[in-house]
Design a protein around this ligand. Structure first.
Ligand SMILES: Cc1cc2nc3c(=O)[nH]c(=O)nc-3n(C[C@H](O)[C@H](O)[C@H](O)COP(=O)(O)OP(=O)(O)OC[C@H]3O[C@@H](n4cnc5c(N)ncnc54)[C@H](O)[C@@H]3O)c2cc1C
Length: 245
């Protein structure tokens, strides 16, 4: 097995290192001090192609390997953890769920802008009462008879969830319970569903911009009375579940 970097990977390392040294380093300290997010530098990272490294060319990316992406994040982190986090969350939490689990329509709709760094998607897992223990999540998603969705819950600490480039959030929700028989035992588990929420979907924002990175959002209890809710369930293959929990 060859552990050496390929020429293309070395090029990515050198290009991102130069960008981090010349563009990010002079501003990183001040941005940290002021707790500011730089849309300008984020877009520049997008122009450089950093957000699109693992995205296939048909969706506007470079279609390169995962190691190339890791090298880019490492080079950013070498200079500034915040910009590395913007990219790591933008790609691993924003782009990757859409890329691996999204429908074709979602990929065509969202990925080109995300790959270009023109917009960001976030991933909402953590809640006030559920962090490491993600099975403790309480945010619920229930499909209403008319087909719309009710999302009810709170999420915190959502990287890229509140900046001007945020275009949507993929929200981890509980949609019911399933009972699995494993051998002679019966296990009762929460069943989950990932929901794509676009930025324009109306919701109550409890505490906007605690900092550039952190946001608490709650969705109204009854979305059925609001405008059509364009969320789409992305997790396929779940057994039929009860949503009356
Ligand atoms: C910079 C940053 C960015 C983040 N971005 C996002 C994001 O984009 N989306 C998102 O959903 N969340 C995000 N988070 C939240 C992050 O995922 C949670 O903070 C993390 O899951 C830990 O949860 P918690 O804070 O509730 O801590 P807890 O789970 O309450 O843990 C507290 C302490 O208990 C320890 N602990 C927990 N469980 C166990 C156990 N079973 N055994 C032993 N020790 C244990 C932990 O190691 C820790 O020291 C972000 C957090 C940070 C700091």
């Amino acid at each position: 097995m060859d552990f050496n970097l390929s020429d293309a990977q070395k090029d990515i390392r050198d290009t991102v290192r130069k960008f981090a040294e010349t563009r990010i380093k002079p501003r990183a300290h001040e941005l940290d001090e002021k707790e500011e997010f730089s849309a300008e530098l984020t877009k520049e990272m997008g122009e450089l192609g950093i957000f699109g490294i693992i995205v296939p060319e048909e969706f506007g990316g470079q279609g390169l390997d995962y190691l190339s992406y890791v090298i880019a994040v490492e080079e950013l982190a070498r200079v500034d953890g915040s910009h590395a986090a913007t990219v790591a969350a933008g790609v691993s939490l924003g782009i990757a769920p859409l890329l691996y689990f999204g429908s074709d329509a979602q990929k065509k709709k969202y990925l080109p802008r995300l790959a270009a760094g023109e917009g960001l998607f976030a991933f909402g897992l953590t809640e006030p009462g559920a962090g490491s223990d993600s099975r403790g999540s309480k945010t619920k998603s229930v499909q209403n008879p008319a087909g719309s969705w009710t999302i009810n819950g709170s999420k915190i600490f959502i990287t890229n969830g509140s900046c001007e480039l945020t275009e949507g959030i993929i929200v981890q929700t509980v949609s019911g319970r399933i009972r699995l028989r494993i051998g002679t035992q019966t296990v009762d588990l929460s069943a989950g569903r990932a929901v794509v929420l676009e930025r324009d979907v109306p919701h109550d924002v409890e505490a906007l911009e605690e900092s550039a990175f952190l946001l608490t959002i709650s969705w109204p209890k009854d979305y059925a009375t609001g405008p059509g809710f364009p969320a789409e369930a992305n997790v396929e293959g779940l057994p039929k579940i009860n949503s009356d929990e």
